[in-house]
Design a protein around this ligand. Structure first.
Ligand code: ACO
Length: 325
C-alpha cells in the first residue's frame, strides 16, 4: 500500500517589517486596538517590484534542501495564491523555470486563504493517481499589493510571505485525512472587485479603488470559526482519531480570537496550538505552510506526531488535514 508524506518544508518572508506603530502613521488605528482585536504585532511587507514568485522561490529552495530533493526530481509544482505574479502565466510556471525543474506539470490554484490546502489535496491526488512521485506544493502571497492602505479595517490584518513543502510517495502513512469544502453563496463578503473579466482595469476601477481586497470582517469571522471547527473535527474523524490524539494544531493564522474560539470548540489545550500570527499577520495561502515550517524547524513537531492543519478563505473555501509526521 502506498501513502503520501511530507518530505521537507521551507518558508520565506520579506525582510521589511511593518509594525503596528508604523500603521498608526498611515491610518487611524492604534497598536492597542490591533493587538486586542487580532493578536497581530507586525507583518512583513515586500519592497516594490518584489513579486510572489520571488518570495516563493526562497521558500521552495529551503523546502527542497530540507527534503534532500533535487528540482529535476520533481514531477509537479502547484502554487496556491490570490496574488500571482501575473493573471497568466501561472506563478507555478515561473517557479518551474527558476528552480530548473524538468518540463513537468505546473499550475496555480485559486482558493482564497485555503490555497495551500487545495494545492496539498491536488498534489496528493496526483501522487495517489500514480502520475507523480514527488510534488512541490506552495502557498505564497504578496498581499501588500492588494491592500488598501486607506482602509483601516483590512490593511492592519495582512502580510507577505511564502511556505513550501515537498510531498512524496511513501510506504509509511503521512497524510492520514483531508477534507475540503466551498460555499460560493457568500463570495461578496471577501473579494477583490477589479482586475478580472467582471470589472477590467480602467480609470474608473482605479478611482473606485476596485483593485484592493474588500472584506466584511465580522461576517467572515463567524463563518471562519464555524468552518474551521467543523472541518477540523471531520479531518480528525476521517483519520480515526480523537482530538486528544492531536499533538499540534496549526490553524490558518487569521486572528487570534478565531484561533481561540476554534481551539475551545475542538477541545484542545493552549499548548497544542501553534501560532506565529503576532509576527506575520494573515499571509493568506502562505499562513499554514509558514507556520508548519516554523513548527518543524523549532522542534515543535516530532516524528510520528499527529498534526492537524486547517484553513479558511475567500469563496468561501475551507479544508483540514491530519498528518502523521
Ligand atoms: N483601528 C481602530 N479601529 C478600527 C479599526 C482599526 N484598524 N478597524 C475597524 N475599527 C473600528 C470600526 O470602524 C468600528 O468602529 P465603530 O464601532 O465606530 O463603527 C470598531 O472598530 C469595531 O469594528 P468591528 O468591525 O466590529 O471590529 P471587530 O471586533 O469585528 O474586529 C476584525 C474587526 C479584526 C476585522 C475582525 O472582524 C476580524 O478579524 N474578522 C475576521 C477577518 C479575517 O480574519 N479574515 C480573514 C479570514 S479569511 C482569510 O484569511 C482571507
Amino acid at each position: 500500500m502506498s501513502f503520501v508524506r511530507f518530505l521537507g518544508t521551507g518558508s520565506a518572508a520579506p525582510e521589511k517589517v511593518l509594525a503596528n506603530a508604523d500603521l498608526e502613521k498611515i491610518v487611524d488605528t492604534s497598536d492597542e486596538w490591533i493587538q486586542t482585536r487580532t493578536g497581530i504585532r507586525e507583518r512583513r511587507i515586500a519592497d516594490p517590484g518584489t513579486a510572489t514568485s520571488d518570495i516563493a522561490y526562497d521558500a521552495c529552495v529551503r523546502a527542497l534542501e530540507s527534503a534532500s530533493v533535487d528540482p529535476v526530481d520533481l514531477d509537479a509544482i502547484i502554487v496556491g495564491t490570490v496574488t500571482p505574479d501575473y493573471l497568466f502565466p501561472s506563478t507555478a510556471c515561473i517557479l518551474q523555470s527558476r528552480l530548473g525543474a524538468r518540463h513537468i506539470m505546473a499550475f496555480d490554484v485559486l482558493a482564497g486563504c485555503s490555497g495551500f490546502m487545495y494545492a496539498l489535496q491536488a498534489g496528493k491526488g496526483i501522487i495517489d493517481g500514480g502520475n507523480a512521485k514527488k510534488v512541490l506544493v506552495i502557498g505564497a502571497e504578496t498581499l501588500s499589493t492588494i491592500m488598501d492602505f486607506q482602509d483601516r479595517s483590512t490593511c492592519i490584518l495582512f502580510g507577505d510571505g511564502a511556505g513550501a513543502a515537498v510531498l512524496s510517495e511513501s510506504d509509511t502513512p503521512g497524510i492520514m485525512s483531508i477534507t475540503m469544502g466551498a460555499n460560493g453563496s457568500q463570495w461578496e463578503l471577501l473579494y477583490m472587485p477589479g482586475g478580472g473579466s467582471r470589472i477590467p482595469a480602467s480609470e474608473e476601477s482605479i478611482r473606485n479603488r476596485s483593485h484592493f481586497l474588500k472584506m466584511a470582517g465580522q461576517e467572515v469571522f463567524k463563518e471562519a470559526v464555524k468552518a474551521i471547527e467543523s472541518s477540523s473535527l471531520e479531518a480528525i474523524r476521517l483519520a480515526d482519531l480523537t482530538p486528544d490524539d492531536i499533538d499540534l494544531f496549526i490553524p490558518h493564522q487569521a486572528n487570534y480570537r478565531i484561533l481561540e474560539a476554534v481551539r475551545k470548540r475542538i477541545g484542545l489545550p493552549v499548548e497544542k496550538v501553534f501560532s506565529n500570527l503576532d509576527r506575520y499577520g494573515n499571509t493568506s495561502s502562505a499562513s499554514v505552510p509558514i507556520a508548519l515550517d516554523e513548527a518543524v524547524r523549532s522542534g515543535r513537531v516530532k516524528k510520528d506526531d499527529k498534526i492537524l492543519i486547517s484553513v479558511f478563505g475567500a469563496g468561501f473555501t475551507w479544508g483540514a488535514a491530519v498528518v502523521n509526521w
